[in-house]
Design a protein around this ligand. Structure first.
Ligand code: BYC
Length: 318
């Protein structure tokens, strides 16, 4: 069969997007669509993997065996999410080695939120409740993204994230109903994690470099500000239910809009963190590089095993 001319390919791509169907790995796609997806999916994968570090910090100090088992499982889930996402990005023709090099050499971003420290046990609750809560709002929307492998990875990840969110909320609820010291610890964690969580949704739509094009291609289905608003609206009520106060004096219900109004994010802080100067940027990258180096023997052993397997299979076929 003759290869269709490029304008036919473009027309088919446009028709698939317009019909809300999925683009699959073997389909023709504009080069900029492919590159934008690799950028977003690989950043998402890096976030899952680096995101293990702040919570991993508390595995040895979880307050009970039950809490430790749950936290271990959650941190392990994050590694799995990274794997699904790296695999989805690999279907676009970029190797995992290239993506990892970009992260380890500081060329690729990961979510700004993971550059903040986990100072108390309540921070583990706050991450589950707020950070996973924000991630779900974003990822439910991404379940309808136009690239098939990314959309399918999101469906599975969202199922696990909802468990993560509930375990975090349950930690906060327990602390908020506990002693005055425990209540203060829960409130302090909310005070420190609230604003960085709102930054997870990215810059305002007007300042977002990629939103307009990504929405046209249906890579993103809702904008940064729309998703941030959705998160605020659902979380205000959750905080009230456990007696915690969101640290924003401007937060109030706006009857006319049907949404909560909220204060302005400190965008200078956001830019500092993105520029590598957040509280933990350097230690996160140092720990990630060390983990990568420590894992070299596993990668070598897997390669050696695959080669042995291939040699045996070739011998059997000869
Ligand atoms: N942090 O044009 P924009 C988790 C960058 S992990 C860092 O709006 P876009 C979890 C952005 O990349 C879940 N960088 O970009 C794991 C771009 O830079 P480049 C993580 C940010 O892509 C463990 C520039 O700023 N979720 O749940 O249209 C334990 C301009 O931004 C951030 C995802 O990754 C940020 N917060 O929209 C617990 C979701 N915001 O690439 C939990 C997938 C913006 O041009 N990603 N930047 O150099 C997305 O949905 C979108 O990429 C974003 C940004 C909404 C994040």
């Amino acid at each position: 069969m003759a290869t269709p001319a490029p304008h036919d390919e473009q027309a088919r791509f446009d028709a698939v997007i317009a019909a809300d169907e999925k683009i699959e790995p073997r389909d023709w796609m504009p080069e900029k669509y492919r590159r934008n997806l690799v950028r977003q999916i690989s950043q998402h994968a890096h976030s899952e993997v680096v995101g293990q570090l702040p919570e991993g910090n508390w595995i040895t100090r979880a307050p009970s065996l039950r809490r430790k088992a749950i936290l271990l499982a959650k941190v392990q889930d994050e590694a799995g999410h990274g794997l699904y996402l790296y695999s989805a990005a690999e279907t676009l023709g970029t190797s995992r080695e290239e993506m990892l090099d970009d992260l380890l050499e500081g060329r690729a971003k990961y979510a700004s939120i993971f550059n903040y420290p986990t100072l108390s046990w309540a921070d583990v609750g706050a991450i589950g409740w707020l950070v996973d809560g924000a991630a779900i709002v974003n990822q439910i929307s991404l379940c309808r993204t136009s690239y098939g492998p990314y959309a399918r990875a999101m469906v599975r990840i969202c199922k696990e994230e909802s468990f993560h969110q509930r375990q975090g909320y349950e930690i906060m609820q327990t602390l908020a109903q506990g002693s005055p010291e425990q209540q203060a610890m829960a409130q302090d964690a909310l005070d420190r994690w609230w604003w960085p969580t709102l930054m997870m949704f990215g810059p305002h739509d007007a300042d977002s470099a990629h939103t307009q094009q990504s929405m046209q291609w249906k890579i993103k289905r809702q904008s940064n500000d729309e998703l941030r608003q959705k998160f605020v609206d659902q979380t205000v009520e959750q905080a009230a239910r456990i007696g915690l106060t969101i640290p924003d004096p401007e937060l109030r219900w706006n009857e006319a809009r049907g949404h909560y109004d909220f204060g302005e994010i400190d965008w200078d802080e956001f830019q500092r963190v993105l520029g590598g100067n957040g509280p933990c940027n350097r230690s996160r990258m140092r720990d990630r590089r060390r983990a990568h180096e420590d894992g070299a023997w596993v990668r070598e052993a897997m390669l050696a095993h695959a080669e042995k397997h291939n040699r045996r299979a070739a011998g059997a076929a000869a």
